[in-house]
Design a protein around this ligand. Structure first.
Ligand code: IDP
Ligand code: MG
Length: 157
Protein backbone atom coordinates (compact mmCIF):
# COMPACT_ATOMS: atom_id res chain seq x y z
CA UNK A 1 0.00 0.00 0.00
CA UNK A 2 1.40 3.40 -0.89
CA UNK A 3 -0.32 6.74 -0.59
CA UNK A 4 -3.68 5.17 0.11
CA UNK A 5 -3.56 5.79 3.84
CA UNK A 6 -4.42 9.47 4.28
CA UNK A 7 -6.94 9.87 7.07
CA UNK A 8 -9.61 12.53 7.41
CA UNK A 9 -12.18 13.44 10.03
CA UNK A 10 -15.87 13.53 9.15
CA UNK A 11 -18.92 14.12 11.32
CA UNK A 12 -22.66 13.91 10.70
CA UNK A 13 -23.97 16.96 12.55
CA UNK A 14 -27.06 16.96 14.84
CA UNK A 15 -29.37 17.92 11.95
CA UNK A 16 -28.07 15.04 9.82
CA UNK A 17 -28.54 12.59 12.70
CA UNK A 18 -32.09 13.79 13.40
CA UNK A 19 -32.97 13.59 9.72
CA UNK A 20 -31.85 9.97 9.48
CA UNK A 21 -28.95 10.63 7.13
CA UNK A 22 -26.16 8.69 8.90
CA UNK A 23 -26.61 5.59 6.76
CA UNK A 24 -26.88 7.53 3.50
CA UNK A 25 -23.71 9.48 4.27
CA UNK A 26 -21.71 6.42 5.37
CA UNK A 27 -22.86 4.65 2.19
CA UNK A 28 -21.44 7.37 -0.02
CA UNK A 29 -17.96 7.14 1.49
CA UNK A 30 -18.04 3.33 1.43
CA UNK A 31 -19.15 3.31 -2.19
CA UNK A 32 -16.39 5.73 -3.12
CA UNK A 33 -13.84 3.16 -1.92
CA UNK A 34 -12.76 4.88 1.27
CA UNK A 35 -12.02 2.75 4.32
CA UNK A 36 -13.75 3.39 7.66
CA UNK A 37 -11.16 3.23 10.45
CA UNK A 38 -13.12 4.83 13.30
CA UNK A 39 -16.67 5.73 14.24
CA UNK A 40 -18.30 7.14 17.35
CA UNK A 41 -21.87 8.14 18.11
CA UNK A 42 -21.55 10.84 20.74
CA UNK A 43 -22.69 14.11 22.20
CA UNK A 44 -20.27 17.04 21.91
CA UNK A 45 -19.86 19.09 25.09
CA UNK A 46 -19.17 22.82 25.28
CA UNK A 47 -15.37 22.36 25.70
CA UNK A 48 -15.00 20.07 22.71
CA UNK A 49 -17.16 22.41 20.62
CA UNK A 50 -14.88 25.32 21.49
CA UNK A 51 -11.75 23.31 20.69
CA UNK A 52 -13.15 22.01 17.42
CA UNK A 53 -14.45 25.35 16.17
CA UNK A 54 -11.78 27.55 17.82
CA UNK A 55 -10.82 29.12 14.49
CA UNK A 56 -14.30 30.70 14.34
CA UNK A 57 -14.26 32.10 17.89
CA UNK A 58 -14.47 35.71 16.75
CA UNK A 59 -17.18 35.20 14.14
CA UNK A 60 -20.72 36.45 14.76
CA UNK A 61 -22.13 32.97 14.20
CA UNK A 62 -19.84 31.28 16.78
CA UNK A 63 -22.26 31.12 19.73
CA UNK A 64 -25.04 29.77 17.51
CA UNK A 65 -22.65 27.24 16.02
CA UNK A 66 -21.61 25.94 19.46
CA UNK A 67 -25.24 25.76 20.55
CA UNK A 68 -26.16 23.83 17.40
CA UNK A 69 -23.28 21.35 17.46
CA UNK A 70 -23.94 20.53 21.16
CA UNK A 71 -27.73 20.33 20.69
CA UNK A 72 -27.91 16.60 19.95
CA UNK A 73 -25.80 13.58 19.09
CA UNK A 74 -23.35 13.52 16.21
CA UNK A 75 -21.71 10.62 14.39
CA UNK A 76 -17.94 11.17 14.21
CA UNK A 77 -15.85 9.11 11.79
CA UNK A 78 -12.38 8.68 10.41
CA UNK A 79 -12.09 7.66 6.75
CA UNK A 80 -8.90 6.58 5.02
CA UNK A 81 -7.86 6.55 1.39
CA UNK A 82 -5.87 8.23 -1.37
CA UNK A 83 -6.13 12.02 -1.09
CA UNK A 84 -8.93 11.42 1.41
CA UNK A 85 -9.21 14.94 2.88
CA UNK A 86 -9.59 16.68 -0.45
CA UNK A 87 -11.80 13.98 -1.97
CA UNK A 88 -14.17 14.00 1.01
CA UNK A 89 -14.46 17.79 0.93
CA UNK A 90 -15.38 17.58 -2.74
CA UNK A 91 -18.10 15.06 -1.87
CA UNK A 92 -19.35 17.32 0.95
CA UNK A 93 -19.78 20.45 -1.21
CA UNK A 94 -19.57 24.13 -0.30
CA UNK A 95 -20.10 25.45 3.24
CA UNK A 96 -23.50 26.81 2.18
CA UNK A 97 -25.80 24.02 0.95
CA UNK A 98 -27.57 26.56 -1.26
CA UNK A 99 -24.30 27.05 -3.15
CA UNK A 100 -23.46 23.34 -3.27
CA UNK A 101 -23.80 21.35 -6.47
CA UNK A 102 -26.39 18.58 -6.65
CA UNK A 103 -24.57 15.30 -6.14
CA UNK A 104 -22.66 16.64 -3.16
CA UNK A 105 -23.89 15.79 0.34
CA UNK A 106 -24.75 19.37 1.27
CA UNK A 107 -26.17 20.00 -2.21
CA UNK A 108 -28.43 16.96 -1.95
CA UNK A 109 -29.53 17.19 1.69
CA UNK A 110 -29.42 20.84 2.80
CA UNK A 111 -30.78 24.29 2.09
CA UNK A 112 -29.52 26.34 5.03
CA UNK A 113 -26.00 27.50 5.93
CA UNK A 114 -26.55 26.99 9.67
CA UNK A 115 -27.80 23.42 9.18
CA UNK A 116 -25.41 21.95 6.65
CA UNK A 117 -25.62 18.30 7.74
CA UNK A 118 -21.95 17.34 7.82
CA UNK A 119 -18.47 18.44 8.87
CA UNK A 120 -15.28 17.36 7.14
CA UNK A 121 -11.67 18.41 7.71
CA UNK A 122 -10.59 21.25 5.45
CA UNK A 123 -7.90 20.21 2.93
CA UNK A 124 -6.83 23.86 2.64
CA UNK A 125 -6.04 23.98 6.36
CA UNK A 126 -2.73 22.08 6.66
CA UNK A 127 -2.91 19.36 9.31
CA UNK A 128 -6.59 19.98 10.16
CA UNK A 129 -7.39 16.34 9.47
CA UNK A 130 -4.84 15.05 12.01
CA UNK A 131 -5.73 17.72 14.58
CA UNK A 132 -9.43 16.88 14.41
CA UNK A 133 -8.84 13.11 14.49
CA UNK A 134 -6.73 13.58 17.66
CA UNK A 135 -9.40 15.77 19.20
CA UNK A 136 -12.18 13.23 18.76
CA UNK A 137 -10.46 9.83 18.85
CA UNK A 138 -7.92 8.05 21.02
CA UNK A 139 -5.28 6.09 19.11
CA UNK A 140 -6.80 2.76 20.23
CA UNK A 141 -10.20 3.73 18.82
CA UNK A 142 -8.81 3.69 15.29
CA UNK A 143 -8.63 0.25 13.71
CA UNK A 144 -5.82 -0.90 11.44
CA UNK A 145 -6.99 -3.57 9.04
CA UNK A 146 -6.82 -4.56 5.41
CA UNK A 147 -9.84 -3.79 3.27
CA UNK A 148 -10.16 -6.49 0.59
CA UNK A 149 -11.98 -4.13 -1.77
CA UNK A 150 -8.90 -1.89 -1.90
CA UNK A 151 -7.34 -4.28 -4.42
CA UNK A 152 -10.21 -3.35 -6.74
CA UNK A 153 -10.40 0.33 -5.87
CA UNK A 154 -6.70 0.98 -6.55
CA UNK A 155 -4.80 -0.30 -9.57
CA UNK A 156 -1.51 -0.40 -7.63
CA UNK A 157 -2.74 -1.71 -4.26
P1 IDP B 1 -16.94 24.27 6.60
O1 IDP B 1 -17.84 23.47 7.54
O2 IDP B 1 -17.40 24.13 5.18
O3 IDP B 1 -15.49 23.97 6.78
P2 IDP B 1 -16.46 26.78 7.96
O4 IDP B 1 -16.27 28.09 7.30
O5 IDP B 1 -15.26 26.14 8.58
O6 IDP B 1 -17.18 25.80 6.95
O7 IDP B 1 -17.55 27.00 9.09
C1 IDP B 1 -17.80 26.00 10.06
C2 IDP B 1 -19.29 25.84 10.24
O8 IDP B 1 -19.82 27.05 10.78
C3 IDP B 1 -20.07 25.64 8.95
O9 IDP B 1 -20.09 24.29 8.54
C4 IDP B 1 -21.46 26.11 9.34
O10 IDP B 1 -22.12 25.11 10.12
C5 IDP B 1 -21.13 27.28 10.26
N1 IDP B 1 -21.12 28.56 9.56
C6 IDP B 1 -20.15 29.05 8.75
N2 IDP B 1 -20.47 30.26 8.29
C7 IDP B 1 -21.65 30.56 8.85
C8 IDP B 1 -22.51 31.71 8.77
O11 IDP B 1 -22.24 32.70 8.09
N3 IDP B 1 -23.68 31.63 9.47
C9 IDP B 1 -24.03 30.55 10.24
N4 IDP B 1 -23.24 29.46 10.34
C10 IDP B 1 -22.08 29.47 9.65
MG1 MG C 1 -14.09 24.47 8.22
Amino acid sequence: MSGHDERTFVMVKPDGVQRGLIGEIVSRFEARGLKLVGGKFMQIDENLAHDHYGEHEDKPFFDGLVEFITSGPVFAMVWEGADATRQVRAMVGETDPAESAPGTIRGDFGLDLGHNVIHASDHEDEGANEREIDLFFDEDELVDYGLDAAAWVYEDE
